[in-house]
Write a protein that binds this ligand. Structure first.
Ligand code: AMP
Length: 313
């Protein structure tokens, strides 16, 4: 499978050093090898993206920058994780602006390959399997998505030779599966999670927000509002949380809710009514033509409420 032509594909390779005023840019495996060799070994953090960078991505990069000698950003729209009816062809492509964000955030190296660089033999016959955790929630609406995602994450961890990798809590199921892959398959990589970055009105930042019309955008606010309402009822227990969140969503008929769940953060199974402790309140829905996801880590029980991030992370 190939992507349609992108400005990523059109721009020339430019293996500059970070010291020349911006990140080195690698398009091919050879360019990556050369640029990566110029970074001191031992402490390289990677931030993997699909481009169309926003402040959520920039926050991941800044977090990585704070603790690591070197930061590599990958920009790759992975065809393997898009279903045939999904938005690969219309996904926003803003490569020049992405490079500027990387430069401002102090990135050392940007790896922006095309699909034929990542999959030189075409569709990979061997893939990482997400297992049962990949079949629920997002996996139910997007069959094969997590296998495709894990396969590219594994490959990018290998080719960048990173020691740490930063991912957003925004994609909670993705983050959990990457942690599981690293643990289950003994990848020598530290996975670091970063809290969801939101617009001032609560909307979780997403490259897909650019699809929203202004009225869609108003409608989309119900997702984060539902999560906040649910978290505000956290002291009362699981059914109160679900009820409070659902109450917000039923008042917004233009949001076609795919799921609203309160699940255990490691098993993704619904938590029972007696459950106390950390849980994931997650929502997905279609607003106009755009499918959005959002979630909030929540402490369930007395003194409970929203969490920035899970404490086991
Ligand atoms: P994407 O380009 O959408 O695949 O995202 C690349 C990385 O940025 C993933 O680890 C995402 O979870 C993370 N990310 C995307 N949006 C946000 C956000 N609003 N806050 C925090 N991290 C985010």
């Amino acid at each position: 499978m190939t992507t349609d032509s992108t400005d990523t594909a059109a721009a020339p390779a430019d293996p500059r050093g970070a010291s020349a005023g911006g990140p080195a840019l690698a398009r091919t495996r050879d360019e990556l090898r050369t640029a990566r060799a110029a970074l001191d070994d031992g402490d390289v953090a990677v931030v993997m993206t699909m481009g169309a960078l926003h402040d959520g991505h920039a926050t991941l990069i800044r977090r990585a920058r704070e603790t690591h000698a070197h930061v590599v950003v990958t920009i790759f729209l992975n065809p393997l994780q898009f279903g045939p009816k999904e938005d690969l062809s219309r996904y926003p492509r803003t490569f020049d602006a992405d490079l500027q964000i990387c430069a401002a955030a102090g990135v050392d190296l940007v790896f922006a390959p095309t699909p034929d660089v990542i999959y030189p033999d075409g569709d990979p016959g061997v893939r990482i399997s997400a297992g049962p955790l990949g079949d629920v929630l997002e996996g139910q609406s997007r069959p094969g998505h997590f296998d495709g995602m894990l396969t590219v994450v594994a490959k990018l961890m290998h080719v960048t030779r990173c020691t740490s990798a930063y991912f957003g809590q925004k994609d909670a199921q993705q983050l959990l599966l990457i942690r599981r892959m690293v643990r289950d398959l003994d990848f020598p990589v530290r996975v670091v999670s970063v809290p969801t970055v939101r617009e001032a009105d609560g909307l979780a930042m997403s490259s897909r927000n650019t699809y929203l019309t202004s009225s869609d955008r108003e409608t989309a606010l119900c997702l984060s509002a539902a999560l906040r309402a649910g978290a505000a009822a956290a002291a009362e227990g699981p059914s109160a949380i679900r009820r409070a969140a659902r109450e917000v969503l039923v008042h917004e008929p233009l949001a076609l809710v795919d799921y609203l769940v309160l699940v255990h953060p490691e098993t993704l199974q619904d938590v029972p009514e007696w459950y106390r402790g950390e849980a994931l309140l997650a929502v997905a829905g279609r607003i106009g033509t755009t499918r959005l996801i959002d979630n909030l880590p929540v402490l369930v029980g007395p003194g409970g409420g929203p969490l920035e991030i899970f404490t086991h992370d």
